[in-house]
Design a protein around this ligand. Structure first.
Ligand SMILES: NC(=O)C1=CN([C@@H]2O[C@H](COP(=O)(O)OP(=O)(O)OC[C@H]3O[C@@H](n4cnc5c(N)ncnc54)[C@H](O)[C@@H]3O)[C@@H](O)[C@H]2O)[C@H](O)CC1
Ligand SMILES: [K+]
Length: 477
């Protein structure tokens, strides 16, 4: 089962892999025509009722595969208002080839002429809310015919994210849905058509994975989350890098809490950092009240950068996690305590392969083997893992993804801190699997952009200014 939102992401990833949507539309239309043939007797007439989005486009293609059924293609709305180039090109092809095309300007004009089969291609996964006109009246007209109704992707009127009909929906006898089942089709006779989307368009992180980030136009301060970085002690650069990365990745506010012995130095990396010191030179259980109070005021915590592995510090990490129930990215030395802590927290753990072994996790050289082993280990520990490597593996115990961005220049120190901070900002608003996938994708892409511009020899801090473009794309994209 796949939601409309995820389907849009996969579709964009397929395009980025070199399988464009117009090709997918050709496969979709072909699959619709095959479904129509299964229900139509020779000589039966077929009417295709099409909207102006790509759902309609699928039916424009289908018509070309149904010549022997004398297809009639009804377009709801003016051809100039067809929403996408690929749907318009397929409409124009029908007109030039002199198919029986009819432009329906007003729903009352829809004349279905008693067809044997009706194809409902009004609306698919691009739609939210109840049907508007003319689709509303057209749906009622389709439901009034005696025809066998074949719906394209989803019956028009059914929301492909929730599976709910918000009012009138087409009463379909068959649904031809693409790539994977959609929510809300349980009571229907469904054919899932393979339209040639590579499996890796779903498995590999790609530009489509960024769609979950689209900043709503009315974003108010606070909508993108506040992040607390708990780090520092033996190291000072790590918490500063993580905090700056969280800022670049869109967090509304980032605070660093660190030992007072290093607070000034942490601050020196970036004037804009908000630093909250605690007494002493390393984290211990003495500081837990302070950390807990701060953590409760933030949407996500990044736990680990530069904390070190002093036994007293690891005891403090263990005690903190044991009664924390919020969201946290756990990185670096803090990772090793995760498997023995019983916690209600939602954790996104970001080990490299050595740290994964220190957690008691699996090792595998081949990324496909690692994918399976990491997925099992994530299920065992009950947390999401982002295991860093040339191919990063992200798994939450039920689903898994792989990221291929990044380059050998990124083995330099500090890139992991940037990744942890990015993941923290994303975890404040996204599900852990999406946060981990997107953090890995954007960090690697930022590194690729830096190397493209300036060649090898990058510093972890070079990733920071490259992060926004990697996360949100070019301004004109
Ligand atoms: N994902 C794939 O791999 C492929 C999917 N294909 C088909 O494309 C549709 C989705 O197309 P899209 O253009 O995104 O949206 P729709 O055709 O569903 O509709 C958009 C259209 O509808 C208008 N609209 C929005 N809400 C309403 C409403 N409540 N009432 C009336 N009209 C509404 C909106 O303004 C747009 O103009 C998918 O289902 C597949 O069938 C392709 O085959 C390519 C591969
Ligand atoms: K439909």
């Amino acid at each position: 089962m796949i939601t409309a939102e995820r389907m849009a992401a996969v579709d964009e990833n397929a395009a980025a892999l070199g399988v464009p949507r117009k090709q997918l539309m050709e496969s979709s239309g072909n699959a619709v025509a095959r479904a129509v043939r299964r229900v139509a007797a020779p000589g039966d007439s077929v009417a295709l009722v099409c909207g102006r989005g790509n759902n309609g486009g699928d039916a424009f293609v289908a018509a070309r595969f149904l010549d022997d059924h004398d297809p009639t293609v009804h377009l709801l709305g003016r051809p100039e208002t067809i929403a996408t180039d690929i749907a318009r090109e397929n409409w124009v092809a029908l007109e030039r080839a002199e198919y029986d095309t009819r432009v329906v300007r007003d729903a009352q004009e829809l004349a279905l002429d008693d067809p044997d089969v009706v194809v409902d291609a009004m609306l698919g996964t691009g739609v939210t809310g109840a049907l508007r006109e003319p689709e509303h009246t057209a749906a009622a007209a389709i439901n009034d015919t005696d025809a066998t109704v074949v719906a394209v992707d989803v019956p028009s009127g059914v929301d492909a994210d929730t599976g709910e009909a918000a009012g009138v929906a087409v009463d379909a006898d068959h649904v031809v849905t693409f790539h994977d089942a959609k929510p809300g089709l349980d009571d229907h006779e469904v054919t899932v058509a393979d339209i040639g989307i590579p499996e890796t368009a779903e498995l590999f992180a790609g530009p489509g994975d960024r769609t979950v980030l689209s900043r709503p136009a009315d974003a108010h301060k606070g909508a993108f989350g506040e992040v607390l970085v708990v780090g520092g002690g033996p190291y000072t650069g790590a918490p500063a890098l993580a905090a700056q990365a969280a800022m670049r990745a869109g967090a509304d506010l980032v605070r660093v809490v660190c030992p007072e012995s290093v607070a000034r130095e942490v601050q020196s990396f970036e004037e804009g950092l908000i630093v909250r010191p605690f007494e002493g030179d390393r984290l211990t259980t003495d500081h837990l009240d302070r950390i807990r109070a701060l953590a409760a005021d933030h949407d996500a915590v990044v736990f680990g950068p530069g904390l070190g592995d002093d036994p007293a510090t690891l005891d403090a990490v263990r005690a903190f996690l044991a009664d924390y129930d919020g969201r946290a990215v756990v990185d670096a030395d803090a990772l090793q305590v995760v498997p023995d802590v019983d916690t209600d927290a939602t954790l996104l753990c970001t080990p490299h392969q050595g740290e994964l072994r220190a957690m008691g996790g699996p090792s595998a050289d081949d990324w496909r083997e690692r994918l399976d082993a990491v997925a099992d280990f994530a299920a065992d520990i009950g947390h999401t893992l982002l295991v860093k490597g040339a191919y990063d593996v992200i798994a939450d115990g039920s689903d898994a993804r792989v990221n291929r961005t990044g380059n050998p220049g990124m083995t330099v120190g500090g890139t992991g801190d940037v990744l942890a901070g990015t993941a923290g900002a994303l975890l404040a608003t996204q599900a852990p699997l999406n946060a981990g996938t997107l953090a890995a994708y954007a960090n690697g892409l930022a590194g690729d952009h830096v190397v493209e511009d300036r060649g090898y020899g990058l510093l972890a801090s070079d990733l920071l200014p490259a992060l926004p473009r990697a996360l949100w794309g070019d301004a004109d994209e």
